[in-house]
Write a protein that binds this ligand. Structure first.
Ligand code: THU
Length: 165
């Protein structure tokens, strides 16, 4: 049986980010499904992530740990990296969902927030699901205020013209 959306004050927030109820349901189901694929023999902390693209596709990821602990990778970067190598560009990502087994829900780590920043708009909603499928929704900008992104860097033209300050 598929996971059901549980009532939560923050749930309706996802709808105002332009996501339909069925898209929210799909994000919920796919990130929970992805969580089941986590390779986390060291932390036993399962994380699943799903990325909803503007073309309707969903790309999943889960955390993949390593015996050399720092080498392990978070679910968000696995999912987003997969979307990127499948051809997703900035502007192609409608929403990101993350599921864990805790409550209140976990939020993406700092490194993942910055990784998301590279490929998503500041108003991209990040849906964070707790162990019961209840969500908290924040935008990328709320998760990572005053962020640094690719548009802050000098353009190739500026670099060629020697503009450095
Ligand atoms: N983890 C994620 O996958 N995403 C996060 O944003 C936070 C942490 C993973 C990394 C590690 O495999 C486990 O959760 C415990 O830190």
């Amino acid at each position: 049986m598929s996971a059901q959306i549980k009532g939560h004050s923050r749930h309706d927030t996802a709808l105002i980010y332009g996501l339909s109820a069925s898209e929210v349901q799909r994000l919920l189901e796919t990130c929970i499904e992805a969580k089941a694929k986590a390779y986390c023999p060291y932390s036993h902390f399962r994380v699943g992530c799903s990325v909803l693209l503007t073309n309707g596709n969903v790309v999943q990821g889960a955390n993949v740990e390593n015996a050399a602990y720092p080498v392990g990778t978070c679910a968000e970067r696995v999912a987003l990296g997969t979307a990127v190598v499948q051809g997703a560009k900035k502007g192609d990502i409608r929403a990101i969902a993350v599921a864990t087994d805790i409550s209140p829900p976990a939020s993406p780590c700092g490194m993942c927030r910055q990784f998301i920043r590279e490929f998503c708009e500041l108003n991209t909603p990040v849906l964070m699901y707790d162990k019961d499928g209840k969500s908290t929704v924040l935008t990328l900008e709320q998760l990572l205020p005053m962020s640094f992104g690719p548009e802050k860097l000098l353009t190739t033209e500026e670099l060629a013209n020697g503009v450095s300050q």
